[in-house]
Design a protein around this ligand. Structure first.
Ligand SMILES: *[C@@H]1O[C@H](CO)[C@@H](O)[C@H](O)[C@H]1NC(C)=O
Ligand SMILES: *[C@@H]1O[C@H](CO)[C@@H](O)[C@H](O)[C@H]1NC(C)=O
Ligand SMILES: *[C@@H]1O[C@H](CO)[C@@H](O)[C@H](O)[C@H]1NC(C)=O
Ligand SMILES: *[C@@H]1O[C@H](CO)[C@@H](O)[C@H](O)[C@H]1NC(C)=O
Length: 406
């Protein structure tokens, strides 16, 4: 069924070429007209052709050199976009354009395991090609690895959804058609805490299980008090380690991993240009709802699955991670250390709420950032969904056995 729709990119190319073709036709006609009553000026004709060549060449270079992917612009136009970069171009399409290449460069500990499990079910239901990389610990690639991976991705049978823990890949830079990106992030401190305790004590599979799987970790490290880690500046709790979410959106440039305004601005710009949607985990149901609206050929029915009792049962698999809430002092220090991450998170949240508004969903109002009440609440605010990490595939098999009825 999906195959019928995979004309998306063709449609797209067609659009791109239209101005050039029209221009060319006009030139030909005026060339013919010129030739009749007056003597053909060879120089004029040559000039015409040179101008035409320059125009075509220029437009080709322009198309290959950045700017948001056409399909994203089409979708935004369809939605009646006003906040995005483009306001001119062809009239808004009447049907929602269908991207047939989607990349979800999932951020660690932001609920992506939940989403990947849902995707497994959806891929079967809607017949798209889901490729979930089993590399979970390599987010930065050499230039060569980047090109290899992007080529691999772009050669996958369409429609596809590719997902991996990897910092943003700039396809345009290597003259490969840029796919549509999606992602989900989460309150930075909550993400950090989730990871801190997951590394030490694992997840629902139990602490004993986790101790066996991580024999390399010394007790000093495993039982390190989180307040000590933060307040005494252990590397794990300091920059650049806590500068974690932004690089996923900034990209593979080395400066993307340096905590600072440069990486922050580039990440924001990139969200505007290349991401169809960046959801926030705190409002996961709305994220799924928006995905269902924006990418119906991938996500139709996702909320039904997510809310089904069978799926809900899996929520029980998360409970056993040991969590201490850091002291208020430690939280404040950490918050200060993560100010760029919070700037980015707030930006994404605002964009997300804007998108919800456009689709007609209300946003729950949030307390203003950085009040003590806010900080106290911070660690309690996020319902803990399934956490992703290594051994994903085994988990998915487990998960699927819960879902045979669907
Ligand atoms: C990633 O994990 C694999 C095994 O799971 C290991 O062999 C490899 O060295 C790790 N790579 C990095 C960059 O940590
Ligand atoms: C690309 O695909 C080839 C063949 O399927 C595979 O051997 C290679 O490891 C892939 N490379 C990357 C970077 O995924
Ligand atoms: C991607 O590469 C293009 C072309 O080199 C460049 O114009 C653009 O700024 C890059 N985008 C990001 C986010 O790195
Ligand atoms: C989680 O497990 C407990 C005990 O096994 C059970 O009582 C509860 O109903 C389960 N919750 C869900 C949502 O299935």
């Amino acid at each position: 069924m999906m195959k019928n729709f995979s004309g998306g990119p063709l449609h797209n190319h067609h659009h791109k070429q239209t101005p050039g073709q029209i221009r060319e036709r006009n030139h030909r006609r005026s060339g013919v007209l010129c030739a009749l009553p007056w003597r053909v000026s060879l120089r004029g004709y040559g000039f015409c052709m040179a101008a035409l060549f320059l125009f075509c060449f220029g437009s080709l270079v322009y198309q290959l050199n950045g700017g948001p992917p056409k399909i994203l612009l089409d979708i935004r136009q369809y939605l009646g976009e006003s906040t995005y970069l483009d306001d001119h171009g062809p009239p808004a399409p009447r049907v929602l354009p269908f991207p047939s290449q989607v990349v979800y460069n999932r951020v660690g500990k932001c609920g992506s395991r939940t989403v990947v499990i849902l995707l497994r079910l959806l891929a079967e239901k809607h017949q798209f090609n889901l490729v979930s990389s089993d590399i979970h610990n390599k987010t930065r690639l050499t230039k060569h690895e980047q090109v290899d991976l992007m080529k691999n991705i772009s050669f996958m049978p369409q429609p596809f959804l590719y997902t991996r823990h990897v910092h943003f890949l700039n396809f345009t830079r290597f003259r490969i058609e840029q796919p549509v990106y999606i992602n989900i992030i989460r309150d930075p401190i909550n993400r950090f805490l989730s990871n801190y305790f997951f590394r030490r004590f694992g997840d629902w599979r139990g602490e004993q299980n986790h101790l066996i799987r991580t024999p390399g970790m010394k007790d000093d490290e495993r039982y390190l008090d989180i307040n000590v880690c933060i307040l005494e500046n252990y590397p794990e709790c300091s920059n650049p380690k806590v500068f974690y979410i932004i690089p996923y959106f900034c990209g593979q440039h080395p400066q993307c991993r340096e905590p600072g305004a440069w990486a922050l601005e580039r990440a924001k710009q990139n969200v505007l240009e290349n991401y169809l949607l960046v959801g926030i985990l705190e409002e996961l149901e709305d994220v799924l709802l928006l995905l269902e609206r924006l990418l119906p050929h991938y996500f139709t029915g996702v909320l039904d699955i997510y809310k089904s009792p069978d799926y809900r049962k899996m929520g029980n698999m998360t409970g056993t991670v040991r969590k201490h809430t850091p002291s208020l002092e430690a939280l404040q220090v950490l918050y200060q250390r993560m100010r760029y991450e919070y700037d980015f998170y707030n930006f994404v949240r605002d964009q997300f709420h804007l998108m919800k508004k456009k689709i007609g969903l209300k946003s729950v109002s949030q307390p203003p950032a950085y009040s003590p009440a806010f900080l106290r609440e911070l660690t309690l605010r996020t319902p803990e969904p399934l956490d992703e990490d290594e051994e994903l595939d085994t988990d998915l098999d487990d998960a699927k056995s819960w879902l045979v009825h669907l």
